[in-house]
Design a protein around this ligand. Structure first.
Ligand code: S3P
Length: 442
């Protein structure tokens, strides 16, 4: 059987295991890995990327650049050497450029490809083919790009080459690092200034990495400005461990009595660590140790111990800082004392699945009461029962229910989990190694 991605269908069976113990190092950051490939490809000289995420999403991005004429070596797992071709060195690839499951890949590539002299066709899997692209098409068109989509602004995207781009001053209607990044990347090829303003600050990896590659850029939370016509110089990138992957373990150790787990050298960019703030407000016991810097990014060990959580209200500026961590927060909320209400998170409806609906449906089938709101949900905690939940091919939903099952009164079958490999290859081995009970059922 196939799932939304066309990969072979896999399910998990999960049930309570042991308290989480020991030390875990999660794989490299997905957002940083995508950007490292892209900027290294457009730079002059060779870039060594260490800590690269060997996930399907980031590998798809690397394959796209190989198709566009960039030589990329893999000296060892999680390492890449990218032989940059310079800003104008990409060549038309033969056939469609396949972004797989990756919204980040497709949206950022739309910005890069809008500035090329050749035509491109960007495609994705069934899930990506349902995700909104107007948010990048419309502002890129304002810059002069010519991009055709399917009806409703859906992929595939047909990008016409050779259109001269002009910088714009654009205020994003929704906080989105992907849209901001697409515009900044197109801005490299534009005449004049490109300015992006955000309603809430989002992750700033594109800005930081452009600066590290020598491109003059001015930025502060919620604001970025650059000018076309400069050059990118190769600069080695050390990718920190992905906070979004660590998030499942933070919640698991918090809700499983007797747990004490160390997560090593996790990326602590403040635009990513909103879940830490939320969990601490819920009463979680999480210590930061060995704080240092890796490749210009703050990293720290996180030592998490079981604690009784209590319900909170989450929204406002915190929402973009934890946008990928809401599925895990739903699970923490289901195990807390008192209700949790999530607001200002309507973006969850257009992720790899409608994460509000998918989490609500899954938790309900395990006996937890959830009231959906257009921009969030209220979770009423209670005992978690056995049952079956459908992840809808969404990696973060699958991992969240593997965690929820550790507090269930019986077995939980989690359907359609193959896409976990898009962001967290080896999750099951790391999880079972630390105490989580999880098996593949086919
Ligand atoms: C990402 C930005 C976020 C996030 C996604 C990765 C990025 O999306 O959900 O997983 O790397 O820029 P939006 O910017 O669309 O909110």
């Amino acid at each position: 059987m196939s799932n939304d991605s066309g990969t072979s269908r896999q399910d998990w069976i999960a049930q309570p295991g042991q308290p989480l113990r020991g030390s875990v190092r999660v794989p490299g950051d997905k957002s940083v890995s995508h950007r490292a490939i892209m900027l290294a490809a457009l730079a002059e000289g060779s870039t060594r990327i260490s800590g690269f995420l060997e996930g399907e999403d980031t590998r798809a991005t690397a394959r796209v650049f190989e198709q566009l004429g960039v030589r990329i070596e893999t000296p060892s797992a999680s390492e890449r050497i990218v032989h940059g071709v310079g800003l104008h060195g990409l060549r038309a690839g033969s056939g469609a450029l396949d972004c797989g499951n990756a919204g980040t890949g497709m949206r950022l590539l739309a910005g890069v490809l809008a500035g090329q002299a050749f035509d491109s066709l960007l495609v994705g899997d069934a899930s990506l083919s349902k995700r909104p692209m107007r948010r990048v098409i419309d502002p890129l068109a304002k810059m002069g790009a010519v991009i055709a989509s399917e009806e409703g602004g859906l992929p595939p995207l047909r990008i016409q080459g050779g259109a001269p781009l002009q910088g714009i001053d654009y205020t994003l209607p929704v906080a989105s690092a992907q849209v901001k990044s697409a515009l900044l990347l197109a801005g490299l090829y534009a005449q004049g200034d490109t300015v992006v303003r955000e309603p809430h600050p989002t992750r700033d990896y594109t800005e930081r990495m452009l600066a590290a590659f020598g491109w003059p850029i001015e930025f502060s939370p919620g604001f970025a400005r650059l000018q076309g016509g400069h050059r990118l110089q190769a600069a080695d990138v050390a990718v920190p461990a992905d906070f979004s992957s660590a998030a499942f373990f933070l919640v698991a150790a918090s809700i499983i009595p007797g747990s004490e787990l160390r997560l090593e050298a996790v990326g602590m960019n403040p635009r990513r660590t909103g879940l830490l703030t939320a969990l601490r407000r819920m009463g979680a016991d999480i210590r930061e140790e060995n704080a240092s810097e890796q490749g210009g990014e703050p990293v720290a060990d996180l030592v998490v111990r079981h604690a009784q959580l209590h319900g909170i209200e989450v929204g406002g500026d915190l929402a973009p800082d934890m946008i990928d961590e809401f599925p895990a927060l739903f699970v923490a909320a289901a195990c807390a004392q008192g209700n949790t209400t999530i607001r200002d998170a309507a973006e969850l409806r257009v992720k790899e699945s409608d994460r509000i609906a998918t989490m609500a449906q899954g938790l309900r089938s395990l006996g937890i009461e959830v009231e959906e709101h257009p921009d969030g949900a209220t979770i009423v905690p209670g005992p978690i029962g056995p049952g079956e939940v459908d992840s809808h091919g969404d990696h973060r939903i699958a991992m969240s229910f593997a965690v929820a099952a550790q507090r269930a009164s019986g077995q939980v079958r989690i359907l359609d989990v193959a896409n976990v490999a898009t962001s967290f290859p080896g999750f099951d081995a790391l999880a079972t190694g630390s105490g989580i009970w999880l098996v593949q059922s086919r």
